[in-house]
Design a protein. Structure first.
Length: 424
């Protein structure tokens, strides 16, 4: 179906519907433009909130490509847009409960001059121009222009801090001139202490003769977001190879991560062939975790979830991933010491011979000097030897714990404390 862009005063498939200047407007078209304001009447601009719902209800499997061509909401060097009027927010989905981008203000184009690609076929724009009785020059001079087009979903992406979202198999192939392999990667990062659960609406992968470890067509979900270890399958949660729906099982059972971040990897030996299948659609949302989180108290203890084993012995739970972030004041540093440490010693074997060098290939505790998953590694620990004390170089320390499904030991207890750090 073809479409054209109307002028700023009209919308509709035939450009015959007058546009509202502000208030609430629903724009259900394949493509269009929004110009604010439509006139130079400053009284119109002083409305408190203007809302536009942009969607394409005829293309639920497609997304919206939104481009700002003009943006003037306040002073050029505006910061802290949450406390400024006017400002503009974009909600990536059909409700304001979906992830928010912004707010944006000032004179720079939002999203650093790049397009917005939505996650769904609907977005909500909300402009706050001030209080209802505002007559400030910044409110009366607020203006922006944007246009949108409906487009196919891309291949791969990153979802960070989203309470829920959706991942779809690509509907167009990056390889437009050949039938070469197709690979897509998505990363999903939940909040500290949360886990990620995937619910499949459908899954249909291209068939192939080989369904073994070298399966050419698969969808895989694995713990963590370390792309340097994509060939290491030890962190694989689930792998679907040549999966075909049946009358009894139209989609796989829900899948829940052990940690707060995952990588979703889709690979097809023939990109064009994969597009002829139904593909997959997976909804994800955050669920409570059994451990981990952000710790802001001046002192405390950290230990893994425990269970009672044989002879009433307490050991840590198997198949667990915990992620703690200790956050101190800007003028403080964090020190930790181990009150107990007994973790399965994962030794490496070559030709059936156990080597003395520990690789921590089963259960492992990591201490990072900073808040990010890529922060410098202070220590990677396993075994039964009591580790030394460690101190952070800044106000953050991150502690990550992972256990597999084999042997469980007595675990660890870490005592942490924040203390003042004098800058020379």
């Amino acid at each position: 179906m073809s479409s054209c862009l109307c002028n700023k005063s009209y919308n509709g498939r035939n450009c015959d519907q007058p546009r509202a200047n502000c208030g609430y407007e629903e724009l259900d078209f394949e493509a269009g433009i929004i110009t604010y304001p439509l006139s130079n009447d400053s009284n119109i601009n002083n409305a408190n909130i203007c809302t536009w719902v942009i969607k394409n209800s005829n293309s639920e499997d497609k997304v919206l490509n939104i481009t700002f061509t003009k943006f003037n909401l306040g002073s050029r060097m505006a910061t802290n847009c949450s406390f400024r009027r006017p400002n503009l927010e974009l909600f990536d989905g059909p409700t304001i409960e979906h992830p928010r981008k912004g707010p944006f203000c000032g004179k720079s184009l939002p999203n650093r001059d790049r397009n917005f690609i939505s996650s769904f076929n609907t977005v909500i724009l909300r402009l706050q121009t001030g209080t209802s009785n505002s007559t400030s020059s910044s409110s009366s001079s607020a203006s922006f222009d944007l246009n949108w087009l409906t487009t196919e979903r891309g291949c791969g992406g990153k979802f960070s801090g989203m309470t829920h979202g959706r991942i779809d198999s690509p509907t167009t192939s990056p390889q437009k001139t050949s039938s070469g392999p197709l690979e897509c990667r998505w990363t999903v990062e939940a909040d500290f202490g949360k886990r990620i659960q995937f619910v499949f609406n459908h899954l249909q992968l291209p068939s192939a003769q080989n369904a073994g470890p070298d399966c050419p067509n698969f969808l895989e979900i694995r713990e963590g977001i370390d792309f340097s270890r994509l060939n290491d399958t030890s962190n694989t949660i689930v792998r679907f190879c040549n999966w075909t729906s049946t009358a009894e099982f139209s989609a796989p059972a829900p899948v829940t991560s052990a940690g707060s971040s995952v990588t979703v990897l889709f690979r097809s030996a023939d990109g064009r062939a994969s597009l002829q299948e139904k593909g997959f659609q997976a909804l994800f949302h955050q669920v409570p975790g059994v451990c981990g989180g952000v710790l802001t108290s001046a002192q405390g203890t950290i230990s893994p979830p425990m269970r009672t084993a044989a002879r009433d012995e307490l050991v840590y739970q198997p198949n667990t991933a915990c992620d703690w972030l200790i956050r101190a004041l800007p003028s403080e540093r964090i020190s930790i010491r181990f009150l107990k440490f007994r973790v399965e010693a994962g030794a490496r074997r070559e030709n059936g011979v156990r080597l003395k060098e520990r690789k921590c290939i089963h259960d492992v505790l990591e201490v990072l000097d900073g808040p990010e998953s890529t922060s410098p590694l202070i220590a990677r620990l396993c075994g039964y030897q009591q580790p030394p004390a460690y101190t952070s170089s800044g106000r953050y320390m991150r502690i990550r714990w992972k256990s597999d499904g084999s042997v469980s030991r007595q675990g660890f207890i870490i005592d942490f404390v924040s203390h003042f750090f004098a800058v020379a």
